[in-house]
Design a protein around this ligand. Structure first.
Ligand code: S3P
Length: 175
């Protein structure tokens, strides 16, 4: 079975929804960031601080390449995975991509107190989020097979919606 791939901006709920989805479907859940952290033995924040973003992106690319060789998984990607066209191509080939989409105001609200995400540890956080969002919006939309508007929905509801849509899309692709 094709993988179910979750993409979206930081704070959109990819990890939470991915866990619920994997439980509901009895599939393995792979969180790309968690896999990187386990492999390297450092948190994402430590990797950014000590080795830089380029190094992190290289690990992310290797991790996605490896994950995409397996099927029947639920995969949560880091928010920046779509920046690399090769990642998008591999993810697309391995499964169906769902974009968890939340309006900018909702993202800002969820991310105001965040202390872990290295790209957001700046004074003018709202401005930074907006900049990154504008830079990435088109890439998210282009990569997605389906956009899921998650505002005011619980992880449970989002997972159910994705399962319904996944089944429809798979039938369309493989009648
Ligand atoms: C990033 C998002 C993070 C993590 C890293 C970079 C990004 O993942 O991969 O901090 O560039 O948007 P989440 O989207 O799970 O926070």
């Amino acid at each position: 079975m094709k993988n179910i791939v979750l993409i979206g901006f930081m704070g959109a709920g990819k990890t939470t929804v991915g866990e619920v989805l994997s439980q509901k479907l009895g599939r393995i859940f792979v969180d790309c960031d968690t896999l990187i952290e386990k492999r390297i033995g450092q948190t994402i924040a430590e990797i950014f601080a000590q080795k830089g973003e380029d190094f992190f992106r290289k690990l992310e690319r290797e991790c996605i390449e490896e994950i995409c060789q397996r099927e029947d998984q639920v995969i949560a990607c880091g928010g920046g995975a779509v920046l690399d066209p090769q990642n998008v191509e591999r993810l697309k080939r391995s499964g169906l991509i769902f974009l968890l989409s939340l309006p900018l105001s909702g993202l800002e609200e969820r991310l105001t107190l965040d202390q872990d995400r290295p790209l957001l540890q700046e004074k003018e956080r709202g401005k930074r989020i907006k900049e990154l969002w504008e830079e990435r919006e088109k890439k998210y939309l282009t990569a997605a097979d389906q956009v899921v508007e998650v505002k005011n929905m619980s992880a449970e509801e989002i997972a159910d919606l994705i399962i319904r849509n996944y089944r429809k899309l798979v039938k369309e692709v493989e009648p």
